[in-house]
Design a protein around this ligand. Structure first.
Ligand code: ZN
Length: 56
């Protein structure tokens, strides 16, 4: 099961603004309300988990 983020609450389409991760226009919003592509957020989340694993 891949990492699941809740994209149904508070998230959704908006005006295209630069993704906080890749900088390309994104209409998606993260659950935190930041403009980010879903794939970018999932990749970032996966990266964080990998980093933690490397530390531990
Ligand atoms: Zn992006």
């Amino acid at each position: 099961m891949p990492t699941s983020l809740d994209w149904t609450r508070g998230a959704g389409a908006g005006d295209p603004v630069p993704c906080v991760i890749c900088g390309k226009p994104a209409i998606c919003r993260s659950p935190a309300g930041k403009p980010v592509h879903k794939v970018c957020a999932e990749a970032w989340t996966e990266q964080q988990r990998t980093d933690r694993k490397a530390v531990a």
